[in-house]
Design a protein around this ligand. Structure first.
Ligand code: ATP
Ligand code: MG
Length: 388
């Protein structure tokens, strides 16, 4: 499909040279992808000034949507925040879901994942739950937000505020950016625009001077921790300095618990970073009861691991089970096809028809398969020796 487009136009639009464009293709960094009648190119990795997940739609305008930038983490609150920011900062709650950019393209509203694919599941849900005419008035904007709730395919995590008749799912906008430049609206402008269009969004918990932010955040983090929530993102009010994130003890444990259920697949990637975060947090929060922190972390690693070993020993396979709601079989098939394309290894465990006030829906239990964990546990149970 790319052959019908002038590569020079594409390179110009992306602000890179034709030589670099060809290089990106050759290296497999730039991939072609299509969803229904929408064709696009996706950057699978960061390239020149373009973030991973940047896309260019192969339409008349050659619309470019930049990838959502990485959010850096404060490991210590003090002096990191004081050093990083300029004057006042907004402290927002960090929601634990998956990042989505909503844009209007070819007269449709679509949901782009972090890696730059149009997710059919998310695209349907945002069209169902949101009134997106803000994008008719501002087609150059992208709405960046977090899709949260238990019934999502990527980061299933229950949030009481998105409990609906038949699913636990909802979208909160935390950033509005110009899609071609990645410039964000200032915090207050974003908030008033989202209020005007009546769109769900994260609201600052507090706006404070950067010099005292670390003290405020400590208290906020302790509260969020008690409530079993993820953390905060700290933002410059003008959005000219990149945001920073900081997370709770609760979520570090929760992440470890998940990772160590599938420890041969996820363990190595998760453990060191979480332990370091906890170490600095314990120091900065000046824990009276360091034993509790140590116990929680240890438990989050050992308990799920033993649970998985027991399951495999009982001839079960460990999978991550996710329950999703679809409007029709057609929607389900479309999403399964997408998952296959994304190389997600899954297994359908159960399909149920449920009655809702909107008619019949499908409730589908999907198991994500982690082969390495299953195979290695079995091998060790059968006496294989550790040779790594
Ligand atoms: P990265 O660190 O590269 O951004 P990640 O997947 O490791 O990626 P997270 O640790 O979840 O990301 O932290 C960054 C993400 O937090 C953002 O990409 C965004 O999706 C999410 N997020 C949730 N709530 C907010 C918020 N209020 N403001 C900004 N980002 C938020
Ligand atoms: Mg996240």
């Amino acid at each position: 499909m790319i052959s019908t487009y002038n590569l020079e136009d594409i390179a110009n639009k992306l602000n890179i040279s034709l030589k670099d464009l060809n290089k990106a293709f050759k290296k497999g960094i730039l991939r072609e992808y299509e969803y229904k009648d929408i064709k696009l190119l996706t950057f699978k990795k960061e390239f020149k000034h373009l973030e991973k997940g940047t896309v260019i739609f192969l339409n008349e305008n050659l619309d470019v949507v930049r990838g959502y930038p990485k959010t850096y983490r404060a490991i210590t609150l003090y002096p990191t925040i004081k050093n990083h920011f300029v004057d006042k900062v907004a402290i927002e709650e960090k929601l634990n879901g998956y990042n989505i950019r909503v844009v209007k393209v070819n007269d449709k509203y679509v949901a782009l994942t972090r890696s730059g694919y149009i997710c059919p599941f998310t695209t349907k849900k945002i069209n169902k739950y949101l009134d997106l005419n803000i994008l008719d008035d501002y087609p150059n904007y992208m709405l960046c937000g977090e899709m949260i709730g238990k019934n999502n395919p990527y980061t299933p995590f229950y949030y009481e505020e998105v409990e609906k008749e038949y699913e636990n799912l909802g979208f909160y906008i935390f950033d509005i950016k110009e899609k071609e430049t990645n410039n964000s609206l200032p915090v207050k402008e974003r908030l008033s625009l989202l209020e005007k269009y009546n769109l769900p969004h994260t609201k600052p918990i507090k706006i404070v001077d950067k010099d005292i932010a670390h003290e405020e955040i400590k208290n906020i983090i302790l509260e969020l921790d008690k409530k079993g929530r993820e953390g905060v993102v700290i933002k410059d009010l003008d959005m000219t300095v990149p945001p920073l994130k900081y997370t709770t003890h609760f979520i570090h444990c929760k992440d470890l618990e998940e990772a160590f259920t599938f420890f041969f697949d996820l363990g190595v990637d998760f453990i060191f970073s979480r332990v370091v975060r906890e170490g600095f947090m314990a120091y900065e929060f000046n824990d009276e009861d360091l034993d509790k922190r140590a116990y929680d972390i240890g438990k989050s690693i050992i308990f799920p691991m033993v649970e998985s070993i027991k399951k495999v020993a009982n001839n079960e396979r460990v999978t991550e089970d996710i329950e999703l709601i679809f409007d029709s079989e057609e929607d389900l098939d479309e999403y399964l096809e997408f998952m296959r394309k994304m190389r997600m290894v899954i297994k359908i465990k159960k399909i149920e028809r449920i009655n809702t006030s909107e008619g019949e829906k499908l409730k589908v239990l999907i198991g994500k398969v982690y082969n390495k964990t299953n195979d290695k546990i079995l091998a060790y149970l059968n006496g294989t020796v550790w040779s790594e």
